[in-house]
Design a protein around this ligand. Structure first.
Ligand code: ATP
Length: 465
């Protein structure tokens, strides 16, 4: 079990009577590289700094915003962070955080950090729109800077400055719509890079106990723990769920065999399918967009070596595009039974094919809307013996083996074929889901929107251990 450091920062916000001009939204992104570090860990450090060194009160949980997962410039899960606080001396905080982001980012290892500040509430529509588009399309640095300047926002960029896109988008996100929580526990510096010891039984136990209010804990089919990454980054584990209380109590019930630095609860768009809300028209799709397509299957699915599967889909614009369903998704057995004429909706990312000569839709879910009746063709029966006749060759009719009756005009008879797939929703297996993928059991328990300012954060949303 985890043990608490009683001297750690406990925080009880008083959120009534907020002076809107005291509100500061802080977005940052692109601080890590594949060799180490992690933007959420920087968020943990910055939060600790703000709680210890300023009068900051958090008016929302730190936000972990997953942006378009199909863009090429991401390192891993395309996560960006936003902190929404109430504080008096914004200028001091801005200067301090600028230095922290610069010092703590992997700038020499390929990170291109951005940190953006917005003063006051409500968040302007243009910034929310920027965030909404960054979820399913490619946004440019230039537009991000234009939007930031138009709203007199302070911002700092390092490296090539691409981080400003995620930073600004994070500020504009999670104001409306569905959301979930994740508590992320961090390792001490000495433990980073070593094997993460997690007691599997304790994961299975809390997974069973908390279902359906936590998700992506354990993949039963592949017997795999899903809460811990495998790289050198400082994340020990992350537990996702529907409320801050349930993710923290699940973490508390874990048997952890190393000492940890602490943990923090994030509010997030993970597990919401937020990137797939936009309907894509096949005639106007561009590489790296995410969304959903409604169309008709136009070619018989073909399986290639490795178990991946390809077919084509056509939408109402009359445009047809190739579709790929990859073996690790675990839904190729469903896709392989599609027939020409079936109507489907697919959640997908638009990618360039291997030869980069055309776009291809990589499937993230398949919803079969309707299936066509298919037929097997059978040889006709002999009029006299009721035995199946034999073909005499192409366009030469059929002859009965028994009575030798020959019918030059006889044709094969269509026999209705029972389809082995049914209309329904098919989602990839847990181990191959994206952070944003909505797990099947979340359908029907989505939330409508986070309410502020009366919502209070739970005690212990941030802990040092
Ligand atoms: P991690 O998940 O470990 O935090 P990451 O996958 O988030 O890493 P980053 O290092 O943050 O990867 O890099 C993503 C980069 O892509 C950032 O510079 C971010 O500003 C930018 N970006 C994010 N979404 C978009 C988008 N829709 N269009 C253009 N750029 C984007």
């Amino acid at each position: 079990m985890l043990s608490w450091n009683t001297k750690s920062s406990l925080y009880e916000p008083n959120l009534h009577d907020i002076n809107q001009s005291e509100i500061l939204h802080i977005g940052f992104d692109d601080t890590d590289s594949l060799e180490g570090k992690c933007t959420t860990h920087l968020a943990f450090k910055i939060t600790r700094f703000l709680l210890d060194n300023s009068d900051a009160q958090f008016i929302d949980y730190p936000l972990l915003v997953r942006l378009n997962p199909n863009i090429p410039m991401k390192t891993r899960g395309n996560g960006a962070v936003c902190l929404r606080i109430k504080a008096k001396d914004h200028e001091k905080i801005i200067q301090e955080l600028r230095l922290i982001v610069e010092k703590e980012s992997a700038i020499n290892n390929g990170a291109n950090p951005g940190v953006v500040f917005l003063n006051g509430n409500p968040i302007p529509k243009m910034i929310k729109d920027f965030g909404a588009i960054a979820l399913y399309d490619v946004q440019s640095r230039q537009i991000a800077e234009k939007v930031a300047k138009k709203h007199c926002m302070s911002y700092f960029t390092f490296g090539n400055g691409q981080g400003i896109v995620g930073s600004l988008a994070a500020i504009g996100s999670l104001e409306e719509g569905d959301y979930t929580y994740e508590v992320i526990a961090y390792r001490t510096r000495d433990n980073c890079g070593t094997y993460r010891q997690i007691n599997v039984t304790s994961v299975i136990n809390y997974d069973n106990r908390t279902f359906p209010y936590t998700f992506n804990n354990y993949d039963q089919t592949h017997r795999r723990v899903l809460i811990a990454p495998h790289g050198p980054d400082p994340v020990f584990c992350g537990i996702r769920g529907e409320s801050p209380e349930i993710v923290v109590s699940s973490l508390n019930s874990l048997c952890v065999e190393e000492s940890l630095e602490g943990y923090m609860v994030f509010r997030s768009n993970q597990g919401t399918d937020m990137h797939l809300q936009n309907q894509l028209q096949l005639s106007s799709i561009r590489p790296y967009m995410s969304g959903y397509v409604v169309g008709t299957v136009t070619t018989t699915p073909q399986v290639i070596q490795g178990g991946h599967l390809f077919f084509a889909v056509e939408d109402t614009s009359g445009t047809s595009r190739p579709v790929a369903v990859y073996e690790p998704t675990g839904i190729t057995h469903i896709a392989s039974q599609l027939e020409r004429g079936d109507t489907i909706q697919i959640g997908c990312g638009v990618h360039l094919s291997n030869t980069a000569s055309q776009v291809i839709l990589n499937v993230e879910y398949i919803s079969i809307l309707s299936i066509v009746q298919t037929y097997d063709l059978s040889n006709p029966l002999c009029t006299f013996c009721r035995k199946k006749m034999k073909s005499e060759g192409r366009n030469k009719g059929f002859q009965c083996d028994k009575c030798k009756y020959r019918n030059i005009n006889a044709k094969k008879i269509p026999i209705p074929h029972k389809r082995s797939i049914q209309p329904g929703l098919y989602i990839p297996t847990p181990k191959s889901r994206r952070h944003l993928t909505k797990p099947p059991h979340r359908y029907g328990i989505e939330k409508s929107s986070w309410s502020r300012p009366n919502a209070e954060l739970i005690k212990g949303w941030f802990r040092l251990l």
